[in-house]
Each structure stands twice: as structure tokens, then as C-alpha cells.
Write a protein that binds this ligand. Structure first.
Ligand SMILES: [Zn+2]
Length: 221
């Protein structure tokens, strides 16, 4: 058994071995994760990650953020202030978004490590094709949870693992920078643990809302 890097229970058991890596499955939260010994060193991770900055990926990111923002704008009056976590949006899409009156800060650990952006609070945080790269998902989750205002939205774009039996043939696990894989129940677990409501989780979109009471009266009086 291994310790799960997301819920820290000791309930993770060996799950699958492919040509390059071993994977473990957590009984408690449903996370499937690659053996930490197979994690790429930061320089190699940056190189692989950098290749994903090609225009096709940026277009997908824009297609993820822009419709999301128009949906959120219908839910909440006024201008929205958000953080794009993990991957940087292209300049043209950013200008469109700012022209609509919204503000989007961006944080990318390799190419835009703006740590000041991680000390603020936002109406929404979006993160496209990033969660699967988390080598320490608990640390990243704790950080992201803190970045949201009560009532704020969290939109995550990561392919949900829906068929455990099909994992061996799932191409998504073959990319060595993909180290954490989530099931719907993993996000149910996180919602409950972190005072979020899980609004939607299907295919590759997870939408959560931080409950309004979050952060209030948490300390014993
Ligand atoms: Zn777990």
C-alpha cells in the first residue's frame, strides 16, 4: 500500500504497470497516480510542457475559457475577476476578455510564475489541462481552494477517468507528464472536504462552486 498524494490516506494499492510506469489507485478518494519514482525532473517537464504551448493548445484553452466566462457572467452581475491557473492564454483572447470588462490574471509555473497572483482572491479560477500534471495534488488543491472568494467558481478541464477497466488502453496515461488521474468521485471527495458544491462533472469539464460560508467561523471561538 502507498500513501495517496491527494487525500494522504494509506489506502492506495498497486493498480497497473505499463512499459514505463507503475500506477496506484486510492480506495479513499479514487485518484489514480503514477509512481513518484517515475516523475520527470523539472527541466524535462518544462520541455514537454513548453511544447504544449503550440497554437492548437492555445486555441483549445481559449475555447475553454471564453464560453465559460460568458456563462459565469450570466450568473453574477458585474465584472468578473479571475485567475487562469497553469497555462497562459494567447494575447488576442485575453484582449477580448478585457474588452468585455473582465480581468484575468495568469499563473504558469514555468512561463509566467507570478507569485503575487497567488496571494489574491478571485471570482473564478480556471485551469485547463493542468490537474493531470500535479505531482503533489494536495498542495495544489489547497492553494487553488484558497484563491477563491466565497461563492467563487472553479472550472477544471481534465479528462475524467470513467472506465477503470479501460485504463491500460487509455492513451492519456502514456504522456509521462500526466501523473494524476481523477474520477468523478475524486471531485465529490474534494468538494466535501473543501466546502465546495460539485455542480458538473462529465467528460473533461468539472465545475465547482465554493460555498458562501467557506472560511467563516472555521476557528474555534
Ligand atoms: Zn486518495
Amino acid at each position: 500500500m502507498r500513501r495517496c498524494p491527494l487525500c494522504h490516506s494509506q489506502d492506495a494499492a498497486f493498480f497497473h504497470q505499463d512499459k514505463k510506469r507503475a500506477f496506484y489507485a486510492c480506495e479513499h478518494c479514487g485518484l489514480i497516480f503514477a509512481d513518484a519514482a517515475s516523475h520527470l525532473p523539472p527541466a524535462a517537464e518544462k520541455h514537454r510542457y513548453g511544447r504544449a504551448r503550440a497554437s492548437a493548445k492555445q486555441r483549445q484553452l481559449a475555447q475553454f475559457i471564453l464560453p465559460l466566462l460568458s456563462q459565469l457572467a450570466q450568473q453574477q452581475a458585474g465584472r468578473l475577476r479571475g485567475l487562469n491557473f497553469g497555462r497562459v492564454l494567447d494575447d488576442a483572447s485575453l484582449s477580448n476578455l478585457e474588452a468585455a470588462g473582465h480581468t484575468l490574471k495568469q499563473y504558469d509555473p514555468f512561463f509566467a510564475p507570478d507569485h503575487e497572483a497567488l496571494r489574491q482572491r478571485y471570482d473564478f479560477v480556471c485551469s485547463y489541462r493542468v490537474f493531470e500534471h500535479f505531482q503533489d495534488p494536495l498542495k495544489e488543491w489547497s492553494l487553488i481552494s484558497r484563491l477563491l472568494n466565497p461563492g467563487g467558481w472553479l472550472a477544471i478541464g481534465t479528462p475524467l477517468l470513467t472506465d477503470l477497466a479501460g485504463f491500460a488502453k487509455w492513451h492519456y496515461k502514456n504522456n509521462l507528464t500526466h501523473v494524476s488521474f481523477y474520477q468523478r468521485r475524486t471531485f465529490e471527495f474534494l468538494a466535501q472536504k473543501g466546502d465546495f458544491a460539485l455542480l458538473f462533472a462529465a467528460k473533461d469539464l468539472i465545475l465547482m462552486q465554493k460555498t458562501s460560508e467557506s472560511g467563516i467561523n472555521r476557528d474555534p471561538i
